[in-house]
Design a protein around this ligand. Structure first.
Ligand code: ATP
Ligand code: MG
Length: 278
């Protein structure tokens, strides 16, 4: 089932530079990054470890300020955290002393939503992520994959327009990870927010995304983009196709080139130029 795109989730990043730390630890993590993501689009940031992917998400979330440039979400400039942007981290942020239902409803509680309404919304979200029946369980009693489902429900309950996901499945075993990717596509088909998904797993990026932004080494920016042509809904069968292998080759070439330590950060040729031979 596919539902209407939730509006107001357009993300425009222009000339973004982010500097972390100070003194000897001062690091320019992001430099001159431009990226536009349309409302309801699922875009992956794919890049090598340490290049600055989390920093980009943290900047969009409003946790770290830009040194230069701007981030605009739904027409409004980001200058701090906001409820229209929700973050899913690699390690979940569930409160161990609260039940699954109360964890999911926590964001609404903070907003003063009455308990009955909160419980109803939480049950709906738990159903969406396939966890009906686990309302009264505690996080410690759930598997890693189930905990991440609760986390996704927890983030979606406040109806964000943009969901930021920072390697949300990388702590899971391979089989659970695949199941979570399918679950995410299923949920996203029903709650069409914008998704910015950080990963260094090429297969994951191709399987999930409308578009992949290939990151350069640090300080990172977007070195190239690849549009993913597979129709939706997608099945895991596409992973074995020759088209999938060709896209993977394209990603590997772009990222591998970065990895050989060119003196200046290399920039992959944007996908559209490659396709048109420009
Ligand atoms: N507080 C800090 N002060 C100085 N440098 C930092 C700080 N936090 C992170 N860095 C550095 O900034 C760079 C970018 O970090 P970031 O976490 O954004 O990378 P990443 O691409 O998400 O990496 P990974 O794939 O390992 O998650 C890294 O080289 C990191 O060491
Ligand atoms: Mg990271």
């Amino acid at each position: 089932m596919t539902s209407a795109v939730r509006p107001g989730g357009r993300v425009e990043i222009r000339g973004l530079s982010v500097v972390l730390g100070a003194g000897a630890r001062r690091t320019e993590a992001v430099r001159d990054l431009d990226l536009t993501v349309e409302s309801g689009e699922l875009v992956s940031l794919l890049g090598p470890s340490g290049c600055g992917k989390s920093t980009i998400l943290n900047a969009v979330a409003g946790y770290v300020p830009p040194a230069r440039g701007s981030i605009v979400v739904g027409g409004e400039r980001v200058d701090g955290p906001g409820p229209e942007r929700g973050m899913v981290f690699q390690q979940n942020t569930l409160l161990p002393w609260k039940t699954v239902l109360n964890n999911v409803g926590f964001g609404l509680k903070m907003r003063g939503v009455p308990e009955r309404e909160r419980r109803e919304a939480s049950r709906r979200l738990l159903q969406l992520v396939g966890l009906s029946g686990f309302e009264d369980a505690y996080p410690a009693h759930l598997s890693g994959g189930m905990q991440q489902r609760v986390e996704i429900a927890r983030v979606l309950i406040t109806e964000p327009r943009v969901v930021l996901m920072d390697e949300p499945f990388s702590a899971l075993d391979a089989q659970t990870r695949l199941a979570m990717q399918e679950l995410l596509l299923d949920v996203w088909g029903q709650v069409r927010t914008t998704v910015l998904f950080v990963t260094h797993d090429i297969d994951e990026a191709i399987f999930l995304s409308d578009r992949i932004a290939l990151m350069t080494g640090r300080p990172c920016s977007v070195g190239g983009e690849i549009a993913i042509p597979f129709e939706r809904p997608r099945s895991a069968a596409i992973v074995g196709s020759s088209e999938f292998a060709a896209i993977k080759r394209q990603c590997l070439d772009a990222l591998g080139y970065e990895g050989r330590g060119a003196a200046t950060p290399a920039r992959a040729t944007p996908a559209r130029e490659q396709q048109t031979g420009a």
